[in-house]
Ligand binder design. Structure first.
Ligand SMILES: NC(=O)c1ccc[n+]([C@@H]2O[C@H](COP(=O)([O-])OP(=O)(O)OC[C@H]3O[C@@H](n4cnc5c(N)ncnc54)[C@H](OP(=O)(O)O)[C@@H]3O)[C@@H](O)[C@H]2O)c1
Length: 303
């Protein structure tokens, strides 16, 4: 039997590159920039027609939340063109429902009007009033995907070992710690993490069972302070030098009060039941990462 042919966008990224490593059961087509630009409708049409895949998994995105914020309101800016127009381009070229959009908890506000952790049935807001520009572009992309009967997999702070090109939430913090530049960590912000190996397993299951709908991959909830001090302690270093801070106080000093969701997080019960799989707690994810070789990085020499 021939392998299922899966077209993966964003295959060089933090999450997509690990999916390619782990899900070897599929036959991958993994086009990348500069040859393949999602924002170029004609390039997308030509590639999809030529490859005629069984599935498309769209990892590609403009993922720099701060840079996206500088483009707020600009539907000609790169964040909108990649995250929204890019999805339209893919769906114009690919008529099948076997389309999986990788999305984020940031399609929700994370504030007390609609607090997380969110379950798969919760409907994201239809207004950008309380979202970052990045969150709004991903929110609009989800809407387009749903209208075309595609599927959505929301993830949150995806973590793995390796991938020097982009540090994840934990490795970014460990580097700051190693360099003696650790910022105070919020002890009143509700977050989750997602183990990228489990994201890969979830996607593989969605493809293999030809499932359709909204799915989540996440741990249970924690806070940045609890998570990072735990990791540092587990690595045998001293977490007592890390200061805590309040996200609610911090947001009062920001021009954009929506920059950090305070009550974020994703629930996974429906996904786990539907796909018959299990997502680890955040402590177990840390154990897995350390088992796979996560360690404190070398400090950057000071000049
Ligand atoms: N990282 C997170 O904290 C997080 C949290 C929740 C959800 N997500 C979602 O998860 C997905 C994967 O995120 P990630 O962290 O793996 O992202 P990433 O490391 O920033 O990778 C993004 C990928 O998209 C590609 N790309 C960017 N613009 C493109 C364009 N115009 N045409 C074609 N490809 C383009 C990039 O190619 P180049 O490398 O060549 O630029 C790269 O391969 C995204 O949809 C993101 O929104 C991420």
């Amino acid at each position: 039997m021939s392998k299922t042919k899966v077209l993966v966008t964003g295959a060089s990224g933090l999450v997509g590159s690990r999916f390619l490593e782990l899900a070897q059961v599929f036959d991958f087509v993994a086009p990348d920039l500069p040859e393949f630009d999602l924002a170029d409708a004609e390039a997308v049409r030509v590639l999809v027609e030529k490859e005629n895949p069984d599935w498309i998994i769209n990892f590609a995105a403009f993922t720099d939340v701060n840079a996206a914020e500088q483009q707020a309101g600009d539907e000609n800016g790169p964040a909108w063109r990649i995250n929204v127009t890019g999805v339209e381009n893919l769906l114009k070229a690919f008529k099948s429902k076997n389309f999986l959009q990788i999305s984020t908890d940031m399609v929700f506000s994370g504030d007390l009007d609609q607090p997380g952790p969110y379950d798969e049935t919760q409907i994201p807001p239809d207004s950008n009033e309380k979202l970052t520009w990045y969150g709004w572009t991903k929110n609009r992309a989800e809407k387009i995907v749903k209208e075309r009967n595609g599927s959505v997999l929301r993830i949150i702070y995806p973590v793995r070992t390796g991938h020097d090109k982009k540090p994840d939430y934990i490795r970014g913090a460990l580097k700051k710690y190693a360099d003696g530049k650790m910022y105070p960590l919020f002890m009143d912000q509700q977050i989750c993490i997602a183990f990228i190996d489990e994201i890969s397993e979830t996607i593989q299951k969605i493809i293999e069972t030809e499932s359709n709908g909204t799915f989540h991959c996440s741990s249970d909830t924690t806070t940045p302070y609890e998570l990072i001090t735990y990791v540092i302690d587990q690595l045998g270093a001293d977490p007592s030098v890390i200061k805590s801070a309040s996200v609610l106080e911090f947001l009062k000093t920001q021009t954009n009060p929506n920059r950090y969701p305070v009550w974020g997080g994703l629930k996974t019960n429906i996904t786990e039941e539907q796909l018959d799989l299990h997502h680890s707690t955040w402590q177990t994810i840390v154990e897995h990462l350390i088992g796979q070789g996560l360690s404190l990085p070398e400090a950057t020499p000071q000049s």
